[in-house]
Structure formats: structure tokens, C-alpha cells
Design a protein around this ligand. Sequence first.
Ligand code: 5GP
Length: 198
Amino acid sequence: MARAPRVTTQPGRLIVLSGPSGVGKDTVLHELRKLDASLRYSVSYTTREPRLGEEDGVAYSFIDEDIFRAMAERGEFLEWAEVHGNRYGTSEARVKAALERGEDIVLKIDVQGAAWIRPRVDGAVFIFLLPPSEEELRRRLVARDTEDEASLDLRFRNAVAELADGAAYDHRVVNDDVRRAAGEILDIVRRRRAERRA
Ligand code: 5GP
């Protein structure tokens, strides 16, 4: 991971959202942004191929390995990590611009990225999304997956192992119902906003 300068979250607030694959981070985030249109989302850079329906610059900024490496070497990422064989990075410039405008900005990043940011960014809020149960997590992975049973088992075991990472986060939110979970996250964000004004 490239070295990154310290970032202050004032006057905006940095909100880090993580969770195991299949837990429903994208759906909850979509709902959250419907509930509060003022929330910004940090579009990450990635070397993975776009999935069907993913628009460049909206879901991710899709770039190749060479460009990613050059950006990392120039220190343009606040953090970056390799996840499932692809690289993902958060643009420091995009995040800083939003924070300086006083906007709250959400990063949907993996636990490695969150661990990198935790000691380096003052005042960031760390939220971990959990499934209601391991059975439900498996059901969601099956529902969105076309993979064979063996690789599904591996992904499921990995996802269950990832649940333990939630202990390091400020808040753990159960995604039992998308609207409820998004509402709980919004309450957390609003409490942080109120603390900032106080
Ligand atoms: P997907 O390829 O399914 O969209 O994302 C795979 C994983 O990469 C998810 O856990 C997602 O949160 C994580 N991820 C997406 N963008 C970033 C990023 O900029 N930095 C880090 N560290 N992880 C990211």
C-alpha cells in the first residue's frame, strides 16, 4: 500500500462502510443515499473488469494495472488494497475535495483499507454491515452467485471469517432489512453531525 499523508476530516465527515461479500453493502448504500441526498460517495479506482450495467465513473473508475501502479507510485490514493485478485483504491483528491466543501463522504472499502485509514484519518466513522445470520449470508451469496458449489463454499467460508473483522469498527449494523439498516446508518451519521456542531 502506498504511503499517504494524514487527512483531516474537517469540516466534512469521512464514513467508512465495510462488510463481508454478499451482505448487501451496495443496496444499503443506495438506500442510504436516497434517504440523504447530501451524502457523497467516493468512487474508487479499480483494475477489475466492469460487470454488466456498471458505468465507468459511477460504480468505479475502471483503469488498467499500469495506470493503477503509476497512480499508487505518485501517492494519489488515500488507501489501496488487493481484493480477490484485483486492485482497488480511494482517490485522495476526490475525498479531500468533498471534505473541504464540508460534505460527508462514504467509502465502501474492504477491511484492509479501513485498517489503513483508521490511524491516519482523525474523526472518521467506521461502520461494519453484518448479515442477520450465517444461513442468510449463504442464501444471499447463492442468490447472487453463478459459481459452482466448491467455490461458493470457499466464498462462504471467507465471508464468515470476515465477520470477525467487525469487532474493530465503531458501529456494527445488521442488514436484516435494507431500509431499516440504511436508517440506522443515517442515525449514526446524524449523531456525528450533531457532535461536530456542538
Ligand atoms: P466488488 O468488486 O465486488 O465491487 O468489490 C470487492 C471488494 O472491494 C468489496 O469488499 C469492496 O468494499 C472493496 N473495495 C471497493 N473499492 C475499494 C477501495 O477503494 N479500497 C479498498 N480497500 N477496497 C475497496
